[in-house]
Design a protein around this ligand. Sequence first.
Ligand SMILES: [Cu+2]
Length: 247
Amino acid sequence: MDRAALIKNGTNSTALPPFQGRGAAVAPNAKFTYVWFCDEQSGPMPSEPSSKAWIYHSHVANETEVNLGLDGFIVVTDPKRARPDGTPNDVDREMGALFLVFDETGLPPELREGAADRQRFAINGYVFGNLPGLDMNEGERVRWYLFGLGTEIDLHTAHWHGLRVVEDGRRRTDVVELLPASMKVADMLAENPGDWLFHCHVEEHMMFGMFARVTVRPKGGPEASREPGRAFFGLPVRDTEPAVGAK
Ligand SMILES: [Cu+2]
């Protein structure tokens, strides 16, 4: 997230390296709290969907740290269209999906996982249908935040089977194009119960594992959880893996 919001007490990454400020680089196991200031231009325009997401990533050792997974996103909601907790008031569920080929080639040997080609064609870091959490209930209005990142190989086309979306409030489709550092919003009505393939439509990427499963649970059966951390962003809850430095 280079320009979505300004960091008041760290470093504003619109400057060129070497970056200045206490938050420019944080040593392993050290802590630093960034304070973000979001102005009106951090949020969506009135013509855009009610929330939008911005990628952020480290600039300290950019390529290495991106490939180690030091990437994330921040959602900014239009205050006129937000619930008190900041979530957009016109959707029932939010998902986040990062399409990125994690390339371990340049990583120190002790950090590699040993794959022969050292490339992982991943959605949110998961490959071959193992991404958990893309679970929703029939009839829900689901907002997807879609991201691309990486390099020349990262030309991705996010595609849903059995489901359609409206991309950035302007066109109906079931394929959203993503280039590196793309950030897009796709709104879906989960109207078609079942287990559906969600994948990159670039042939090689799909064959190398860039696919996941989306489940739309039919009305009347067991429901997808609304618990924070499960209902949002398609991210797993790591009950058994406390964050580094956590007590
Ligand atoms: Cu792809």
